[in-house]
Design a protein around this ligand. Structure first.
Ligand code: FPP
Length: 237
């Protein structure tokens, strides 16, 4: 089975650069090339939704020159990939506090979100200035504001206030670079996602690595709290 929704924590750009004696920004630049290849491959194999953790709420605390370089790379990506995204019928969306992004990113981002909104073949979701705890706080605030009675609050109401509400359920969460953490990414959505960790650093993660992760996913048994026997019985119903 192929996952409908894949999310990736793209980690290891700094280490990729450090081991080569290069500035960290060179790792991010190479990482942006991986983004291009992985998005293309995901579209080709028919993934419905790909969510990429491109900039966390915590990343604002990095040195100013690194933050500026990341913003520049995001801008270049949005401008340079615009045509490819449109031609491949990809819908671009963003989750996170994008109002904090500088105009050099906001302008091409808003334009591509608007212009690609009717595209249907894949959703590319960029998590930008995103933190899952912040998203849950925002959801709680919105629910309180809409005066939902406490007893009416269910899991599906909470989901409906999250920025991922229109996306398919998260099936597979990949993290590169050998770290085994979720780092404030899609905490609610990952409840039943399969986790896949690889030692490969993000700049070296290209389509072949994606296919390996998809094969690993296909070999997993997703039980959602049931037993294997129950699952088999359900499949035979
Ligand atoms: C983590 O590596 C990566 C990031 C904080 C940024 C991810 C950004 C890109 C891949 C490039 C731009 C994105 C797009 C969508 C074009 P790290 O710097 O934490 O690596 P380290 O743990 O080795 O230091």
């Amino acid at each position: 089975m192929q996952p409908r929704h894949v999310a990736i924590i793209m980690d290891g750009n700094g280490r990729w650069a450090n081991t080569r004696g290069l500035p960290r920004v060179e790792g991010h630049r190479k990482g942006a090339e991986s983004v291009r290849d992985v998005v293309r491959a995901a579209r080709q194999v028919g993934i419905e939704c790909l969510t990429l953790y491109a900039f966390s709420s915590q990343n604002w605390q990095r040195p100013l020159d690194e933050v500026e370089a990341l913003m520049q790379l995001l801008r270049e990506y949005l401008l340079e990939e615009r045509q490819e995204i449109m031609e491949n019928d990809i819908r671009l969306i963003a989750i996170g506090h994008i109002e904090r992004l500088p105009a050099i990113v906001r302008e091409p981002l808003d334009a591509l979100i608007r212009d690609s909104s009717q595209n249907k073949s894949m959703t590319l979701c960029l998590a930008l200035s995103y933190g899952a705890r912040e998203a849950l706080v925002d959801a709680a605030r919105a629910a309180i504001r809409s005066r939902i009675p406490p007893e009416a609050l269910t899991e599906s109401t909470i989901s409906s206030y999250l920025p991922t509400r229109d996306l398919p359920p998260l099936d597979l969460l990949i993290r590169t670079s050998g770290e085994q953490r979720i780092s404030n990414f899609l905490l609610w959505e990952a409840a039943y996602a399969e986790l896949y960790f690889t030692d490969t650093l993000w700049p070296d993660f290209r389509r072949g690595e994606l296919y390996t992760a998809l094969e690993a996913y296909a070999g997993r048994e997703r039980r959602f709290g049931l037993t294997s026997e129950q699952l088999r019985a359900k499949a035979n119903e």
